[in-house]
Design a protein around this ligand. Structure first.
Ligand code: ZN
Length: 70
């Protein structure tokens, strides 16, 4: 059973690090659209490309309508 427990633990740790990286990145460029009630991010390299984040915490985010709602 031991190898199974190790496997689960390493996967969980990896997932946590990924979430942490996303959160710090979010502070800079993620905005909240009050019309579609979603957080979104404009791709830095392609300004016509939006990433939408469902159920992303809007707290602290700049409120700005996305291109679809403007
Ligand atoms: Zn919108």
């Amino acid at each position: 059973m031991e190898w199974i427990i190790k496997g689960i633990t390493s996967t969980a740790t990896k997932g946590y690090d990924g979430a942490k990286a996303d959160a710090s990145r979010a502070d800079k460029s993620i905005k909240y659209c009050p019309d579609c009630k979603q957080c979104y991010e404009i791709d830095n390299e392609r300004y016509d490309y939006y990433h939408f984040y469902e159920n992303f915490p809007r707290y602290g985010k700049e409120v700005k309508k996305c291109r679809m709602c403007e």
